[in-house]
Design a protein. Structure first.
Length: 122
């Protein structure tokens, strides 16, 4: 776990932390889903792997970029910027996947914006 953005810079290579975290967790998650869902999960995996694999790689890359940024800049600013991804995800969901952008989601986005503003107040 990264405390105050120090461990990645002390390790000398930020990608090492990201890689071990994701590639170490991956087999555990796959095993857990296989046990929880049984054989019914494999047809879905075969049908969706072309979407899932790039999404997983982007997730690893995104986490690595955040860990790298935490070693290079003000931790509060990096954390605030990272949280704006929740808003971006909600917008992508509404625009591209026709997800509803109801009052609860708009309120949550407002809370994130307020939190980002408060983190960056000096």
């Amino acid at each position: 776990m990264t405390r105050h953005g120090l461990e990645p810079s002390l390790s000398g290579w930020e990608a090492r932390q990201s890689g071990w975290l994701f590639f170490g967790m991956g087999p555990v998650v796959v095993a857990w889903v296989a046990v929880a869902r049984g054989r019914s999960v494999w047809p879905a995996v075969r049908a969706q792997w072309r979407l899932g694999l790039p999404g997983g790689l982007i997730s690893v890359l995104g986490y690595g970029i955040v860990v790298w940024a935490q070693t290079r800049g003000a931790l509060a600013a990096v954390a605030a910027l990272r949280e704006t991804g929740v808003i971006t995800g909600a917008i992508i969901g509404a625009v591209f996947f026709n997800e509803r952008m109801g009052l609860p989601r708009l309120a949550a986005a407002g809370v994130v914006v307020a939190g980002v503003a408060l983190i960056n107040v000096h």
